[in-house]
Ligand binder design. Structure first.
Ligand SMILES: Cc1cc2nc3c(=O)[nH]c(=O)nc-3n(C[C@H](O)[C@H](O)[C@H](O)COP(=O)(O)O)c2cc1C
Length: 204
């Protein structure tokens, strides 16, 4: 019910050197100093034991061009499929860890597992980001990341979406703006009294 979220590609390499990718939507940033992320993975995923054993994984951000591969890596298992080969994805060697990223992805995070929380259906891997590699075309001359050019995708209720129109910028709500006469703030309490709400049952 908490959507939209990113759909990312989690990369790992087992001790025999076999590479794998799996799609994850339950991934997020959890700390900025040190930079840490989390990803929740079911124990039955092939990637689970690899990440648990090696303590390493990558997160590759996904784009419109990678949407089909993102879906494929989420419905086929590395137990019997070489997903890099099937989807013509190029493994990107990491600088600080053994697990590969996806060369076609604009941003790859290299992660080292710090904690595993056994939550129930999923184990949450909390990891420190030890390196970030960015495709050079998304950095401007001053080194600023221009991620808006990368055509990233989002996942919402079982569907993939391209990101839409930009509607604001961090802090824009409190920045001084010209007030046009007659303009009203939208929403808020007591907005549309004809709206009603219902309680949904359990979903997963
Ligand atoms: C959009 C999408 C999001 C997914 N998110 C997760 C997730 O967050 N955690 C998880 O355990 N599985 C998730 N899955 C399912 C796994 O990616 C899928 O079971 C995959 O085949 C596992 O690959 P593996 O067996 O090679 O590790 C997701 C699948 C899709 C299509």
């Amino acid at each position: 019910m908490l959507y939209p979220v990113p759909a990312v590609l989690i990369g790992c390499r087992d001790k025999e050197g076999k590479d794998n990718l799996m799609t994850a939507a339950w991934a997020g940033t959890v700390c900025s100093d040190p930079v840490m992320v989390s990803v929740s993975i079911r124990k039955e995923r092939f990637s689970h034991h690899i990440i648990e054993e090696t303590g390493e994984f990558t997160i590759s951000l996904t784009t419109r061009q990678l949407a089909e591969a993102t879906d494929f890596c989420g419905v086929r298992s590395g137990r019997n499929t070489d997903k890099f080969r099937e989807m013509k994805l190029t493994p990107l060697e990491s600088e600080k860890i053994g697990a590969p990223g996806v060369a076609q992805s604009p941003v790859v995070l290299e992660c080292i597992v710090k904690q595993i929380l056994r939550l129930g259906s999923h184990d949450m891997f909390i990891a420190e980001v030890v390196n970030v590699s960015v495709e050079a075309q998304y950095l401007d001359e001053s080194g600023r990341l221009e991620l808006e050019k990368a055509d990233l995708i989002a996942y919402s209720h079982g569907e993939y979406f391209a990101l839409g129109e930009k509607i604001g910028k961090f802090g824009y709500s409190v920045r001084r703006k010209a007030v046009s006469p007659g303009s009203k703030a939208a929403g808020g309490r007591g907005g549309n009294s004809s709206r009603s709400r219902k309680t949904l049952g359990k979903h997963n």
